[in-house]
Design a protein around this ligand. Structure first.
Ligand SMILES: Cc1cc2nc3c(=O)[nH]c(=O)nc-3n(C[C@H](O)[C@H](O)[C@H](O)COP(=O)(O)OP(=O)(O)OC[C@H]3O[C@@H](n4cnc5c(N)ncnc54)[C@H](O)[C@@H]3O)c2cc1C
Length: 339
């Protein structure tokens, strides 16, 4: 049995099907709420229940505290209504009309970008195109019903080929397969585009982008698109990695900085190797951001990569005046193996 969900302040209504989460039902009706991991871990989909009750589902304690739950908050990627509910959440109109598809694709190129990052170029079936916003991700659908999320690293104007940057996770089911058995011409299936991590075009605010490791992938798509389409807002990329070899497209970022006045690039290494002879910035990448921008009241920040970086960034940036609703992030949570 389904229930009616009223979304405030938009005043829109939609219905859920049996056992359907608020987020799934909203998406089925073409209403896009903020979301990212869909595993109850990243908290992007957190919103308020103004009336009615829900089954809160499974989630990680850090994503929704007991106090927040007692104050009426819920994670809409997990919450299943138990009666008609009224909720409060921001609707994201930029993603409206983008169709989420399940498509086959062929791996046409594989190339190592570093010791543990592989670029995969995926080709869609003849005549098929994927409309997406730079920064969005896809779920690779595995044979056993599992899914793995990877950001689209290429900008949509190059959508004849979709590029992914896959980091080899030790013991990782899918990334292990990519690094050991996958061959060019293999077939994959994916669902997408997904997520709400993309540049908010309605704003003129200066932009800071913070990437950790392969968190560079969605930011590459965002920047390629923004720079090619003449967006002239100031944009400053901070890319955090352990050592120089992990900045797997350092020259590309340097080239953007050399050819676009409004773009700056600061690489930050936390554990540079001795052979790196690194005299650039060191330490944690979020600390470099607040050292350079102690007053963030006027900025928007886009962060993607390891969950601890995204969370540490949030704490630091809020302390330096960033408004919470101007912090956009894709936290690279690992899959919880739900089909
Ligand atoms: C929205 C989104 C976008 C993403 N985009 C990218 C991307 O562009 N490139 C990329 O490389 N990754 C990305 N990720 C992360 C990626 O989906 C996971 O790392 C994925 O689980 C890897 O699959 P696997 O089968 O190789 O490893 P799994 O079999 O899922 O993992 C095996 C074990 O390794 C550990 N593990 C796996 N991933 C991580 C992690 N990220 N951090 C800490 N421990 C981990 C866990 O203990 C896990 O049980 C993204 C995640 C999300 C949610």
């Amino acid at each position: 049995m389904g229930f009616r969900v009223r979304l405030e302040p938009a005043g829109k209504e939609f219905t859920t099907e049996a056992k359907e989460t608020v987020l799934e039902a909203a998406m089925r009706h073409g209403i896009i709420l903020p979301y990212s991991c869909r595993n109850g871990a990243c908290a992007t989909c957190k919103g308020r229940i103004l009336s009615g009750s829900v089954d809160y589902g499974e989630y990680e304690a850090h994503a929704l505290s007991d106090d927040e739950r007692a104050a009426g908050m819920a994670l809409f990627c997990q919450a299943v209504p138990l009666e008609d509910v009224v909720i409060e959440a921001r609707e994201i109109s930029a993603a409206e009309g983008i169709v989420i598809k399940t498509l086959p694709c062929r791996v046409v190129n594989m190339g190592k970008l570093s010791h543990d990052v592989m670029a995969l170029d995926l080709k869609l079936p003849e005549g098929e195109r994927l409309q997406y916003l730079p920064g969005q991700y896809v779920d690779i659908l595995l044979r056993d019903g599992k899914r793995r999320s990877f950001s689209l690293a290429s900008a949509p104007r190059d959508d004849a080929l979709l590029q992914l940057h896959i980091r080899h996770v030790p013991g990782g089911h899918f990334s292990g397969h990519v690094f050991t058995r996958m061959k060019e011409r293999d077939l994959l299936r994916f669902r997408g585009p997904l997520g709400t991590f993309f540049l908010r075009r309605e704003s003129e605010r200066p932009v800071i982008l913070m990437a950790g490791g392969t968190g560079f992938a969605p930011i590459k798509a965002i920047l390629e698109h923004a720079l090619a389409s003449g967006i002239d807002r100031p944009m400053h990329l901070f890319w955090g990695a352990r050592a120089r070899r992990d900045l797997y497209l350092h020259e590309l970022a340097l080239a953007w900085a050399g050819s676009h006045d409004q773009f700056r690039y600061t690489p930050v290494l936390s554990e540079p190797a001795s052979e790196d002879r690194w005299d650039g910035r060191g330490g944690w990448v979020h600390e470099a951001v607040v050292e350079d921008y102690p007053d963030l009241r006027e900025h928007e920040i886009y962060a993607s990569g390891p969950p601890p970086m995204v969370e540490a960034g949030k704490q630091a940036f809020m302390q330096h005046g960033l408004a919470e609703d101007r912090y956009f992030h894709d936290s690279f949570e690992f899959a919880h193996d739900v089909a």
